[in-house]
Design a protein around this ligand. Structure first.
Ligand SMILES: [Zn+2]
Length: 858
């Protein structure tokens, strides 16, 4: 009996940490089983009989919402998965209702980290943005009560078709990842709001993948190599959200639909589920701005009824033999049935025949019932049915016991980072706010390698906190988790994960407590940043990439002694130089490193007129091992600018304009909105409003007449791209037409970064001076050509470029220029900011022409 029971447990507990409790638990289960068999049969279901009331109250008030959630969760072992292409595409309201109201286990699965999008609040783009969006998504999920997972497919920016997405992702690879996540997470129901034909190409592709994955995950012949790790899984139902007018129509006879009412008020938290979902949505700050309240949201969506419309989903696929979805279903789970054999092992106790969640105002009664139930449970019901579902139920029971008893465990460290080979100290803190002593049966710390069994004080006395310290050494060969952006796709960007697990005994009820912590693993000496990167030099600044600012951090509590080796490669030329480094304990500083001694001369001109890279490598004095290395690309652009230009600019989210103007050797100044309002603008030849500048600085709208006066008087004003809803005249927002002659934007894009560009006005000065622009200047662009192209513009404007995505009509408003008074106005929807930031040489040449326009003959 002993051996068969143990091998069963081996199968049950394949999660890493629980495995280490097996031996101990096995004997515990055997004891319980034995006593149950004496008491009248091992298969008797758990009974929710209330033992005589005992003074089990905690000394702290129980968090009612938390307790309610933990108790509702006990009644629902279904898993609902929401599939979305990008962060903020998740169906927040539905996830919130299904978890908060119904206690379903809710997970969301994102195809990408959303790193190809724009950043509404900061300078980070690409993988750096992906790291931020992952963290925003985790915060949003916390509010929704869901768990986020990512497939890590690359977000390469807006695409118009699923085919374009599959070209980058690889259809089979994307499907493989999605099938694996379904097999791991075992959703009973899958929902999505992506159909297969509308919107962003990533949405369409995700909509197609989930339909395929629904079947493929259940088919052992698909991706059989995964079966070493996971079992095939058949989700029962797949739903797609209904949008537009159809969403509000009653379902047709044959149509199977469920609906969620976002206006429903959460009786425990006192807010509507829509309000909770909005609070989650607001966490996606890089994709804002979001409505500040439901009233704002309704105004923005022009909803006048005072109520948000129902959210409806249509049944798209179901597994064979699944009970039919009832008419007027209020949840995607309606009508689903669990195997009868499983039910006894996942049924929570009740009080007076009512669910525990109805008794959140009597936490003492709830606690007494939970304790009695857990202490007397028939654990041999483990022998039948769906082990993963049982495990979900068990972990939820652990959670309910922890909340009801108030016993908690936290894991922390006074170290904020970990250095390979270095020591660190963790602290595991128990709190027992109750009136009973609690026994700690087992405590494990899961860090590097095998979990460590710790020896806590055996007993947690009532109303006390107990602390256990763990000393640890970070292995010398531990993988670094910084820079975070380099670890987006391997998942290490969140740092090294640590866990503490305890098994406690409260009045004979045993349950697990778990705490987690993640810390970054950093090199002893970290290169935090190198500026400029990429380094762009132009005809005006051939010596520009001779010096770099390097931000260094010594993460050691002792001095760091070592070297930084600089290796610069330009075309066929390479140079190396070695710098001695001595940093005080925990010192942070910026060093300026010069890599050439000489000014540009005839010998090195060729070298300076080529692109290349510079490596920065750090070693400690006592070792030949490389501690860390970073590389800066160096780009040469044959760009010239008009002489003696003075350029003012209003930056939006990053330093691209500052860096690009510096690379062009132009005298420039960042302007505040107050300066636009009152400073003497006539000292500038050209002023640039960065992308989405009127959105980033709403006060700029009121100061706009000063900018138009500047143009009238002879200046050149360049306005980078805006979204239609940030630009087009809007009375409600007090926003007039911002250009001197009307320009109305649309939401059209050219997403193919290689889309051919035709020059409409071949002789136009913008294409000829100081730099003669050729089609080659549009090669090696990244991500896209432009977005939110104008749909109408005044005849004063001259169009310069025509371009289009394959198979689409040409868009000719990407760069519009008009004379106004003595000056010139340029509006451009092309993504100069992305190309300048990435160091695309041709973009520098065209940018130089724009800022020089109107000033060549001064
Ligand atoms: Zn999206």
């Amino acid at each position: 009996m002993r051996s068969s029971c143990r091998s069963l447990l081996m199968k049950l507990d394949n999660t890493m940490v629980r495995k280490y409790f097996q031996r101990r638990l096995a004997s515990y289960f055997l004891l319980v089983a034995f006593s149950l068999s004496l008491a009248g049969g091992p298969f008797s279901p758990a009974r929710g009989q209330e033992p005589s009331p005992a003074p089990l109250l905690t000394t702290q008030p129980v968090n009612k919402a938390e307790l309610h959630q933990a108790l509702v969760d006990l009644t629902n072992t279904w898993t609902v998965m929401c599939v979305a292409a990008h962060p903020d595409d998740e169906d927040g309201t539905t996830l919130t209702v299904l978890r908060r109201r119904d206690g379903a286990h809710t997970v969301s699965l994102f195809s990408t980290y959303g790193e190809g999008g724009q950043n509404a609040v900061g300078p980070e783009l690409y993988e750096e943005l992906g790291v931020i969006r992952a963290q925003e998504t985790m915060r949003a999920a916390k509010i929704q009560g869901s768990e986020p997972y990512f497939l890590g497919l690359k977000d390469f920016g807006f695409s118009k078709s699923a085919d374009e997405a599959f070209k980058v992702w690889g259809h089979d690879e994307a499907l493989r990842r999605m099938v694996l996540k379904i097999r791991e997470l075992r959703p009973d129901v899958i929902i999505t709001h992506h159909d297969t034909t509308s919107g962003h190409g990533h949405h369409q592709a995700t909509g197609r993948l989930i339909i395929e994955a629904f079947d493929a995950a259940a088919n052992p012949k698909r991706f059989p190599e995964q079966l070493n790790q996971v079992k095939p899984w058949q989700a029962q139902r797949l739903f797609v959200r209904i949008f537009g007018a159809n969403a509000q129509k009653p379902a047709g006879e044959t149509e199977k639909v469920f609906a969620i009412d976002p206006n429903e008020v959460d009786p425990v938290r006192g807010t509507s589920y829509a309000e909770q979902a909005l609070a989650a949505l607001q966490q996606h700050a890089t994709q804002g701005p979001w409505p500040k309240s439901i009233t704002d949201l309704m105004r923005a969506r022009r909803i006048e009824a005072g109520k948000l419309p129902l959210i409806r989903y249509r049944l798209l696929r179901e597994a064979t033999g699944v009970p039919p979805l009832p008419q007027d279903a209020g949840t995607p789970l309606a009508g689903l049935e669990l195997p009868a054999t499983l039910i006894p092992s996942i049924t929570p106790p009740k009080i007076e025949g009512r669910p525990l969640a109805s008794f959140v105002d009597r936490p003492d009664r709830v606690l007494a019932v939970l304790i009695g139930w857990r202490a007397s449970r028939g654990l041999l019901s483990l022998l039948t049915g769906d082990q993963e579902r049982f495990r979900l139920f068990e972990s939820r029971s652990d959670r309910a016991l922890a909340v009801a008893t108030g016993i908690s465990i936290t894991l922390s460290s006074r170290d904020t980072v970990l250095v390979p080979g270095g020591p660190s100290t963790f602290s595991i803190d128990f709190a027992n706010p109750g009136t009973r002593a609690v026994h700690v049966d087992d405590l494990r710390f899961n860090g590097w390698g095998e979990p460590v069994r710790l020896d806590p004080a055996d007993v947690l006395l009532p109303d006390t906190e107990t602390n256990v310290n763990v000393d640890s050494t970070t292995p010398k060969n531990a993988t670094l988790t910084v820079p975070q952006e380099e670890h987006l796709y391997d998942g290490l960007f969140l740092g090294k994960h640590f866990e503490a697990n305890a098994l406690v005994d409260f009045d004979g009820a045993k349950f697990f407590l778990r705490a987690e912590l993640a810390l970054p693993v950093v090199p002893a000496l970290e290169i935090k940043r190198i500026w400029p990167s990429p380094c762009v030099r132009t005809e005006e600044t051939l010596g520009w990439c001779d010096a770099f600012k390097v931000g260094l951090v010594n993460h050691l509590a002792t001095p760091f002694r070592g070297t930084m080796e600089i290796g610069a490669a330009n075309g066929a030329h390479t140079r190396t130089a070695i710098y001695q480094l001595v940093l005080a304990p925990n010192e942070q500083r910026d060093d300026t490193i010069s890599i050439h001694d000489a000014r540009p001369n005839r010998e090195n001109l060729k070298e300076r007129r080529s692109s290349g890279s510079v490596d920065f490598s750090i070693k400690a004095a006592d070792s030949t091992d490389l501690i860390t290395k970073r590389t800066v690309p160096v780009v040469y652009s044959a760009a010239r600018v008009a002489q003696n230009l003075r350029v003012g600019y209003v930056p939006s989210f990053d330093q691209t304009l500052e860096h690009s103007l510096a690379a062009l050797g132009v005298s420039s100044k960042a302007l505040t909105i107050d300066e636009i309002k009152s400073a003497d603008l006539s000292i500038f030849n050209t002023i640039i409003i960065d992308n989405r500048g009127y959105e980033a600085h709403p006060e700029l709208v009121a100061a706009n007449s000063r900018l138009l006066d500047f143009v009238q008087a002879g200046g050149t004003l360049i306005v980078f791209y805006h979204k239609d809803n940030e630009w087009n005249p809007d009375e409600k927002k007090n926003r007039p037409q911002l250009a001197p002659y009307p320009i109305i934007l649309d939401d059209k894009r050219v997403t193919d970064e290689n889309a051919p560009i035709t020059f409409i006005q071949v002789r136009h000065p913008l294409l000829n001076s100081p730099n003669r622009i050729t089609p080659a200047d549009f090669s090696n662009w990244i991500q896209e050509r432009g977005l939110y192209y104008p749909k109408q513009w005044d005849q004063h404007y001259t169009e310069i470029f025509s371009t289009n995505d394959p198979g689409e009509p040409p868009l000719i408003g990407g760069l519009l220029v008009a004379q106004h008074g003595k000056g010139n106005y340029i509006y451009t929807s092309m993504v100069w900011y992305r190309e300048l930031r990435a160091g695309v040489p041709g973009a520098y040449r065209m940018f130089a022409n724009m800022i020089s326009y109107g000033h060549l003959h001064r």
